[in-house]
Ligand binder design. Structure first.
Ligand code: NAP
Ligand code: ZN
Length: 334
């Protein structure tokens, strides 16, 4: 059993029904980000894509009651007072507490994630999920969804824009759905030629197998925006060259090794390279409402917790269509 705090005045206790498996869970399991200042504290419990049902609320809670659907993503606390929090950008608060592997101010040690039967979270970090959505597919919206929705909104993706998505994994396939729903012309870049048909079905207008140099050249200087959702070391320069003047490429993928960026790739064409971290709470709710309205969920392979090691093996080989979602009822059948 992992410890969870007693639910306090401002807390919501949630029975977790589904939890997605993010590549960040896998990076953290293997302590791959220690060089970037985020060492893993073991024992470690992954999981930051949770959907469940409220079982108990504190006396000061106003937005939830027992029986409601609720969701929790990558953050469980922040100071609430800094300029970032005041702007609804809690993910950039220097005192943000991540759902796992962050200092736990109440119980001591570190926070434990959602591969678990229940969790207790401050109301401000609990989200609403629309009841028309498939819950297993809704869970990944809490990280893969918001992490792609946020930069897509920030960089003004809309009808008439040419948008690239690099890497058709959990994040990438959500980016395709959002950019398509917003009316952009979407091109997927993949290393997996067997994902071509899926990419088109998910909403891509074109698919390029990135190892095909001739195919890549056809798109030179043409993109307004490219979202790079690749989990491993790769050559980012080939994508910078595809940007038009003032085009932007945003990294959401977080490989552990640095990427080489030649200065002239950015200088010529006034290109910009940025990063983006998940999204704030208000925008996460906006994204969930957008998904409820447009019936958008992740494409998931639902697994019992007993298959988690097999799922990690497959995720490390880019072999998942397109997110694993753990059915937490399986925790009860050992
Ligand atoms: P994922 O499902 O494993 O998808 C990653 C995709 O990257 C793969 O499906 C594959 O797509 C491509 N890829 C993998 N290895 C590659 C290689 N060696 N060269 C080129 N392409 C490769 O992972 P995910 O859960 O979407 O997460 C993606 C990355 O985003 C991870 O690094 C994760 O930690 C990070 N992340 C960041 C944030 C944030 O706030 N910025 C939030 C969540 C996750 P193809 O088969 O199509 O080539
Ligand atoms: Zn994640």
């Amino acid at each position: 059993m992992i410890p969870r705090r007693e639910s306090g005045k401002g807390d919501v206790q949630i029975e977790i029904l589904f939890c997605g498996i993010c590549h960040s869970d896998l990076h953290t399991v293997h302590n791959e980000w220690s060089g970037s200042g985020v060492p893993t504290v073991y024992p470690y419990v992954p999981g930051h894509e949770m959907v469940g049902r409220v079982t108990k609320v504190g006396s000061a809670v106003t937005k939830f009651k027992p029986g409601d659907l609720a969701a929790v993503g990558c953050m469980v606390d922040s100071d609430g007072t800094c300029p970032e929090c005041q702007s609804g950008l809690e993910q950039y608060c220097s005192n943000m507490i991540a759902t796992y592997n962050s200092p736990d101010g109440r119980l001591g040690g570190v926070t434990y994630g959602g591969y678990s039967g229940s969790i207790v979270v401050k109301e401000r970090f609990v989200l609403r999920v629309h009841s028309n959505l498939d819950l297993a597919g809704a869970a990944p919206l809490l990280c893969a969804g918001i992490t792609t929705y946020s930069p897509i909104r920030h960089w003004g993706v809309t009808k008439g824009k040419k948008v690239g998505v690099v890497g058709l994994g959990g994040l990438g396939h959500m980016a395709v759905k959002f950019a398509h729903a917003l009316g952009a012309h979407v091109v997927v870049f993949t290393t997996s030629s067997n994902k071509k048909e899926d990419a088109l079905r998910l909403g891509a207008d074109e698919v390029v197998v990135s190892r095909n140099v001739d195919e890549m050249k056809k798109h030179a200087g043409s993109f307004d925006f490219i979202l790079d959702a690749v989990s491993a070391e790769h050559d980012i320069n080939v994508y910078i060259q595809l940007l038009r003047r003032d085009g932007n490429i945003t990294l959401v993928g977080a490989p552990s090794k640095p990427l080489a960026v030649p200065a002239f790739s950015l200088i010529f064409g006034r290109h910009s390279l940025s990063g983006s971290q998940i999204g704030g709470i208000a925008q996460t709710q906006e994204m969930l409402d957008f998904c409820g309205k447009h019936n958008v969920t992740a494409d998931v392979e639902v697994i019992p917790i007993q298959k988690v090691n097999e799922a990690y093996e497959r995720l490390s080989k880019s072999d998942v269509k397109y997110r694993f979602s753990i059915d937490m009822a399986s925790l009860k059948s050992r």
